[in-house]
Ligand binder design. Structure first.
Ligand SMILES: [Zn+2]
Length: 320
């Protein structure tokens, strides 16, 4: 289903409007809205640019920009799409919350449902060019790529063979060892911890940001070994962590699962796996979580640290 937006007051997509109050820095100035930036660029380098910059509110900026008493820059028609692109991109770079809303639209079509605008919007009858919608979709793809750059081929396969992994998992409890500060695999990246629950990046992930959430106490079966209160508490953390992972990775869907077996990885752990925006249908769901042929993403420690920091920052934020 295409996503329509128009008024800045609509939730959640009103933030796609150029009137939304999301300031950003660009070309040496702080712009209150993308409308201010766009309208001002019609007069770049002239006093009129300053007038629009200082306009009280986006409506006023638009009025000033449309006053034909001001001389329009000569190349305006040639540059206006790029001006809009720069403003929209910078706005969504500057604000985590609206970037998450944009990325959460996955690969849906975005349409500015502006009845009187046949260039930036789709017009009253849908025949308009929808340039603003197209630019939002372009910016979405760029931001998604920034979060999930393609892996170098040398990084695409794990270093440990399935046999080595199997031996490791059977050697001791991987969760209890992290809790005790003696992890089986070095450098676990903890993204959340309280006195009952710990969450850390999956050390053998299929997706960037794939996280495991575990009770610290060694329990194996959620239906038998936890009280309902303990289970609900754990689920509260699962939701908090999932929200943080979704925001940090721009995932279009968050999967959860409880797997493990009595022989291997028996300690209860909840898989929290992001499905990256733009994943084709055949690579979603189980395919997104499964280690096919034992292959996992071998991300550099720096990269793991970076993604862990982004998740942790967000799990902490939701405390407030
Ligand atoms: Zn354990």
């Amino acid at each position: 289903m295409p996503i329509l937006f128009y008024s800045v007051r609509e939730s959640p997509y009103g933030c796609f409007s150029n009137f939304s109050p999301h300031p950003f820095d660009l070309d040496g100035k702080r712009w209150p809205t993308s409308e201010h930036y766009f309208q001002a660029q019609k007069f770049a380098g002239t006093p009129s640019e300053e007038d629009v910059w200082q306009a009280r509110g986006p409506m006023k900026a638009a009025e000033l920009g449309r006053e034909r008493s001001r001389p329009l820059r000569r190349d305006w028609e040639a540059v206006k799409d790029d001006v809009m692109r720069r403003a929209v991109r910078r706005k969504f770079e500057a604000h985590d919350d609206i970037r998450a809303i944009l990325l959460s639209t996955g690969d849906e079509e975005i349409i500015e449902d502006a009845p009187r605008d046949y260039y930036w919007g789709c017009g009253a009858d849908g025949s308009g060019k929808n340039m603003l919608g197209k630019i939002l979709m372009e910016v979405r793809a760029e931001l998604c790529h920034d979060l999930n750059p393609p892996l170098a081929t040398s990084e695409a396969e794990g270093l440990m063979t399935p046999e080595e992994y199997d031996r490791l998992c059977r050697s001791d409890c991987f969760v209890c060892r992290i809790v005790a500060g003696r992890p089986l695999v070095p450098n676990p990246h903890v993204v959340y911890e309280d006195d009952r629950v710990i969450a850390f990046l999956n050390q053998f992930p299929t997706q960037e940001g794939y996280t495991l959430v575990c009770p610290k106490r060694h329990v194996e079966r959620y239906e038998a070994d936890l009280s309902s209160e303990e289970w609900l508490y754990l689920q509260g953390v699962v939701q908090r962590v999932s929200r943080a992972v979704a925001e940090a990775t721009g995932a279009m869907r968050m999967y959860i699962a409880s797997l493990g077996s009595p022989e291997r990885n028996a300690h209860l752990h909840i898989h929290v796996c992001p499905c990256p925006s733009g994943t084709p249908f055949t690579e979603q769901q189980f395919a997104a979580m499964e280690l096919e042929g034992g292959k996992y993403l071998n991300l550099s420690d720096e990269r793991m640290r970076d993604i862990a920091a982004r998740i942790q920052e967000r799990t902490m934020r939701s405390y407030k």
